[in-house]
Design a protein around this ligand. Sequence first.
Ligand code: 5GP
Ligand code: MN
Length: 348
Amino acid sequence: MSSPEKAYSSVFPEASVKTLRQIIEKSRRAGIVTHYDADGDAIGSSLALYHYLKAKELPEIRVFTPNPYPAFLQWLPGHEVVFLYEDDKELTGRYLSSCDLLVFVDFNTLPRLKKMMSVFENHPAFKVLIDHHPEPDIKANLVFSDTRPSSTSELIFYLISKLGDGRLIDKPTAENLFTGIMTDTGCFSFNSSQPATWHAVGQLLQCGIDKNRIFSLVYENYSDSRMRLMGYCLNEKMKIIPEYHAAYISLTLQEQEQFNFIPGDSEGFVNLPFSIAGIQFTAFFIEKNDHIKISLRSKGKIPVNRIAKEHFKGGGHQNAAGGESELPMPAAIEKFISLLPQYENWLQ
Ligand code: 5GP
Ligand code: MN
C-alpha cells in the first residue's frame, strides 16, 4: 500500500520546496490572488494560505479576488481580509503593485482575473502558482500544479506538510481547506476517489473542525427565493436532448431579478440534470450585463474544457469547465446544441 503522505511528491521537488521556504522567510508583503467568480476552493485555499503565512510571521498578507464571491462563503475564518478589486481598483492595485510575493491560487491562466490581470503585467514580485487545472500558462518563479488532487485546497494541505509545517495547520486553516475540498468535490461526489484526498480530510478532522457545521453553513444557508429559483429552473427552464444524453438550463437577467438573485444563488444548478438517468453532458447559461456565462459539465470522456476553449473562450477541467459568449441567449444556446453531434462518439 502506498503512503498518502507521498501523494503528489512529483509536484513538490525538494529544490522548489526549499526555495519557497526561503522566500516565505524573507518576504515582507504578500498578495494572494484568486480568480473571477471565486468558489469555495478559490476562497478556502486562499484563506488557508493566508493563515499559514500569518503563522510563518510574514508581516503583511492580503487576499484579492476580482469581483464579489458567494454569501455562503462569507463566514470562512479570515474572510475579512479578502479585498475585491472591483470595489477599489486604485487601492487594491496600489497594495498589489508593492507586493514582493504574489501567490496565484486556483487558476491556470491570467485572463481568469479579467481586468485585474493588468496589475500583474511586468510585476517584479516573486510569483508562485498553486493550482489543479490542466496546462497552466502563467509565468511564475515556482509552479505547484497537478490535475490529480481534488482541489487546490488539497494541494495546499500537502504543500504545507511538505514544507515541514503540518503542525501549523490550525482549526481556522483546516476549516478553509475542508470547505475547499468539500465544495470542489460536490460534497465528495466527484473528483474524490483517491485515498490521498480522504487522508487529507482525515487529518483536517483531527484539527477539531466541525464538519456538520461547515456543511450547514455552505449548503443549508440559502434564501427561500434561491430554492424557488431552483424549482423554476427545473420545472420551466431545463431542456433535455435525449439523443445526445444532454440537458441545459438558461437564466436571463430578468428571471434573476424576479427571484432576487445574489452571487452564488445558481451554484450547483449545472449539476442538477445529472440526477436524470442517462444524462452525460450538461450546460448552464446565465446572462450577465454584457455577456452570457456558460458552465459545462460531463461524465466520462467528453472533454468539456476543450469545448469551452474552442467555442466559448474558456477552459477548465475535462469534466467541469466554463466560458462565455457575446451572443444573445437564444443564439448561445443554439451554438451549444449545434456542437452536440460532434461528441456523439464520446458518449459512454
Ligand atoms: P464554473 O462552471 O463552476 O464557473 O467553472 C467550472 C470550471 O471551469 C472551473 O474549474 C473553472 O476554473 C473553469 N472555468 C469557468 N469559467 C471559465 C472561463 O471563463 N475561462 C477558463 N479558462 N476557465 C473557466
Ligand atoms: Mn478548484
